[in-house]
Design a protein around this ligand. Structure first.
Ligand SMILES: [Mn+2]
Length: 313
């Protein structure tokens, strides 16, 4: 059994009609034998504003067709070094977030039990809590690199403890990640009050606001990653960390964000980290323009897979 590509002609053929997997990868439901298992998680029942992220996996798949297999900056061919497959979608319960969490935790747990790295494509950001539950059960409390315009550390919303604005408070309460080994990139936009930042501040979370990245540059931002080095790292990538001029197809856009180029540079700066799982969330195709947001998300997926492949034979 091999999940490898058939280079080189597989990449040169358009095959538009039949391609429905992430980056033309093989479809393989069973994660056993894989190094990385890509899971779609088409759930947006945790959204507070613009819906549609349930269609993210489908659009990211179809906008990933142009991605070629060699990364010339990181100098790696991730699909030669890693056995990667599209393991299909987790079946959510669109009417019940708690039930959906159970389904996600089970599916991600199966990937981890198979010894593969879960690469999760959402879906709204509420899914990160369920993924982190499975990851922490396997690896213990992880370090966290979190790209977002929002901290997603609110207490509740209309009395609901689970939605896409609370996963990193719930995960903190459950001891799933180490706050002092957490870096959040791209935070910006209006909040309800100064107190909204209090939990992160008192718990020692490193926040690199978007304004700081614009003023001081990407290299300075990357220097803040020292707190996660040498640890098992979970990367949570919310597409709304990117400016809506580059990524309009999202549920809760905030102006003044990262450019696509800054995003790629930041991601490449994660080289050398021990990434044990990641998610890419909040792509909402109904609000997208010509697929540019889904295309960016597909490229973020390629960047993260390339990072994981570094150092592998
Ligand atoms: Mn978020």
């Amino acid at each position: 059994m091999s999940a490898r590509f058939e280079p080189p002609n597989a990449f040169r053929s358009p095959r538009y009609a039949q391609l429905s997997t992430f980056m033309r990868l093989p479809y393989q439901k069973d994660p056993r034998g894989l190094d990385v298992a890509i899971l779609g998680i088409p759930f947006d029942g945790g959204v507070s504003f613009r819906p549609g992220a349930r269609f993210g996996p489908k659009e990211i798949r179809s906008n990933s067709l142009l991605i070629r297999p060699y990364h010339p900056v990181l100098r790696t061919s991730p699909f030669s070094r890693l056995r990667v497959a599209d393991c299909g979608d987790v079946d959510p319960n669109p009417l019940d977030i708690v039930d959906t969490y159970g389904r996600i935790e089970t599916a991600v747990g199966e990937v981890l039990a198979a010894g593969a790295i879960p690469a999760c494509v959402g879906g709204d950001h509420s899914i990160s809590l369920a993924i982190l539950r499975a990851v922490a059960r396997r690896h213990g409390a992880v370090a966290l690199v979190h790209f977002d315009s929002h901290q997603d550390m609110w207490e509740e919303y209309f009395g609901n403890r689970y939605f896409h604005g609370t996963p990193f408070r719930r995960a903190l309460e459950e001891g799933l990640y180490q706050p002092k080994a957490t870096v959040q990139f791209g935070i910006r936009g209006p909040v309800y009050g100064e107190g909204d930042f209090e939990l992160g501040e008192t718990q020692g979370v490193t926040v690199v606001r978007a304004e700081e990245i614009h003023r001081q540059g990407v290299a300075a931002a990357l220097s803040r990653l020292d707190v996660v080095r040498g640890r098992k790292v979970y990367v949570s990538f919310d597409i709304d960390s990117v400016d809506p001029a580059f990524a309009p197809g999202t549920g809760t856009p905030e102006v003044g964000g990262l450019s696509s180029a800054q995003t790629l540079e930041l991601l490449r700066g994660l080289a050398g980290l021990d990434i044990v799982a990641f998610d890419i969330v909040e792509v909402s195709p109904p609000y997208d323009q010509s697929g540019i947001t889904a295309m960016l998300a597909a490229n973020v997926l390629f960047e993260l897979l390339s990072l994981i492949s570094l150092g592998r034979p």
